[in-house]
Design a protein around this ligand. Structure first.
Ligand SMILES: Nc1nc2c(c(=O)[nH]1)N[C@@H](CN(C=O)c1ccc(C(=O)N[C@@H](CCC(=O)O)C(=O)O)cc1)CN2
Length: 286
C-alpha cells in the first residue's frame, strides 16, 4: 500500500515557517500584507479566498479582501490593482481565478507590480522561472515539490510525467521538476500513447481536471503519484484526477484529494507574501 502524503501536515509546517519569519519581520517594524481580489460569486473561489484569509490570520500576515460584484468592469479592476501596487501596507496582490466572463485576466495580472505578484503569474515572473532565477515560486507547483521532499522522493534523474499544460500548474510544474534535475515529459489532450508514457513515470503529476482520468494501469509500481485535480464526482463529492483506490495499491506514495496539494497552494502563498515583504524592504537582496 502506498504511503499517503499528508498535505495538511506539510502545509502546517510551511505556514509555521512563514509565521516565524513574519514575527521576525515585525520585530523590525515590517508587516507582510496580502491583498486578495475576488470578483463574482463562484462558490469554490469563495472557499479558497476564505482559506487564504484564515491562513493570513494564522501566520500573522495582514490581509485585505476586495470582494467585487460580477458587473465590475476591467477599468475598475485595473484602477484597484494600480492603487494596491502603490499601497505600502500591501506586499502581495492576487486576483482570484477564474474571473467572470468578459474580464481579461491576463491584462490584470500584467498590471500587478511583478514584485507584488505572489501568484508568480506575471510574464516577468514566468520568464524568471524559465531562467531558474525566480523571486516567487508558483504556489501549486512549489507545493508539489515540497510534498515530494517531505515524502523523501528524490527528483534528480527521475522520469517525471506531468499531465496538463496549463499556465497555472502544468507548465510551471515542468519547469520546477526540471530545476530539480528531473527528466520531464508534459502530456496533454493531443498526446498519443498517454497511458504508456505515464506508466514509465517515476513521478506522475496529474493536473487535468477530470475525475477518474488516471487509472491504476497507468501507474508504474512504486511511483510517486501527485494529484492536482480538483473535481466533483457523480455524487458531488470532491475528488482528484486519480482513481485513488486503484492507485494506492500500486504507487509508492500518493497525495489524496482533499488534503493533498490544495492546502499547499495556500501555504506557499503565505511564504511568497513573506518573501515579497522582505524584497520590498531590501532584505535578502545581494
Ligand atoms: N489567483 C489564483 N487563482 C487560483 C489559484 C491560485 O493559485 N491563484 N489556484 C486555484 C484555487 N486555489 C487557490 O486559489 C485553491 C484550490 C484548492 C485549495 C484547497 O485547499 N483545496 C482543499 C479542498 C477545499 C474544499 O473543500 O473545497 C484540498 O484539496 O484539500 C486551495 C486553493 C484556482 N484559482
Amino acid at each position: 500500500m502506498a504511503l499517503r502524503i499528508d498535505g495538511k501536515a506539510v502545509a502546517a509546517k510551511v505556514k509555521a515557517r512563514a509565521a516565524e519569519e513574519t514575527a521576525a519581520l515585525k520585530e523590525r517594524g515590517i508587516v507582510p500584507g496580502l491583498a486578495v481580489v475576488i470578483v463574482g460569486s463562484d462558490p469554490a473561489s469563495r472557499v479558497y479566498v476564505n482559506n487564504k484569509k484564515k491562513a493570513c490570520q494564522e501566520t500573522g500576515i495582514y490581509s485585505e479582501e476586495y470582494a467585487l460584484p460580477e458587473e465590475t468592469t476591467q477599468e475598475e479592476l485595473l484602477a484597484l490593482v494600480d492603487r494596491l501596487n502603490k499601497k505600502p501596507k500591501i506586499s502581495g496582490i492576487l486576483v482570484q481565478s477564474p474571473l467572470p466572463k468578459g474580464l481579461e485576466e491576463s491584462a490584470l495580472v500584467e498590471a500587478i507590480d511583478p514584485q507584488k505578484d505572489v501568484d508568480a503569474f506575471h510574464p516577468y515572473n514566468v520568464g524568471k522561472l524559465m531562467q531558474g532565477r525566480q523571486i516567487f515560486l508558483p504556489c501549486t507547483p512549489a507545493g508539489v515539490i515540497e510534498l515530494l521532499h517531505s515524502a523523501g522522493v528524490e527528483i534528480a534523474g527521475k522520469d517525471c510525467v506531468v499531465i496538463g499544460r496549463s499556465d497555472i500548474v502544468g507548465k510551471p510544474m515542468a519547469m520546477l521538476l526540471m530545476q530539480n534535475n528531473g527528466t520531464v515529459t508534459v502530456c496533454h489532450s493531443r498526446t498519443r500513447e498517454l497511458s504508456d508514457i505515464c506508466r514509465r513515470a517515476d513521478i506522475l503529476v496529474s493536473a487535468v481536471g477530470k475525475a477518474g482520468f488516471v487509472t491504476g494501469d497507468m501507474i508504474k509500481p512504486g511511483a510517486a503519484v501527485i494529484d492536482v485535480g480538483m473535481n466533483r464526482d457523480e455524487n458531488g463529492k470532491l475528488c482528484g484526477d486519480v482513481v485513488f483506490a486503484e492507485a494506492e495499491k500500486i504507487a509508492g506514495c500518493i497525495t489524496p484529494v482533499p488534503g493533498g496539494v490544495g492546502p499547499m497552494t495556500i501555504a506557499m502563498l503565505m511564504q511568497n507574501t513573506v518573501t515579497a515583504a522582505k524584497l520590498q524592504n531590501g532584505i535578502g537582496r545581494n
